[in-house]
Unconditional design. Structure first.
Length: 125
């Protein structure tokens, strides 16, 4: 499993894209998607809502369990991925591409986000 180098990662298995005009995309990693199993429902934060780094902001439901979704940064949600709402399996089939979950205008980024290599080491074995 390879984690894209251009992304940063939270210890809770979310990824964050580089900001474009102050807005970053958020999703869950392939590691998390595999651990969850087949995702059948995504409850995402509402557009315009505030999210806080390390706090829950939604849920992903799989055939195995329900898992909290955490925001890796603090900011305001600017968009949710309607494709994932309509077809949650995108989280499993394309976690780093079409399976992104929401976009956020970042106001504060925690210092403990990991590089791809650090995240890979944290989750090895």
């Amino acid at each position: 499993m390879s984690n894209p180098q251009q992304l940063r990662y939270s210890k809770e298995h979310e990824w964050l894209s580089a900001a474009e005009d102050g807005v970053s995309a958020v999703g869950i990693t392939e590691f998390a998607a595999n651990a969850l199993g087949d995702v059948v429902y995504a409850q995402l934060p509402e557009v315009g809502s505030a999210v806080t780094a390390g706090e829950t902001c939604g849920e992903l439901e799989s055939t195995k369990s329900v898992s909290d979704l955490y925001s890796p940064v603090t900011g305001e949600v600017t968009e949710i991925n309607e494709d994932v709402v309509n077809d949650p399996s995108l989280v499993n089939s394309a976690p780093f591409e079409g399976g992104w979950l929401f976009k956020v205008r970042v106001t504060e980024e925690p210092a403990d986000l990991l590089s791809a290599d650090e995240y890979t080491v944290q989750n090895a074995g």
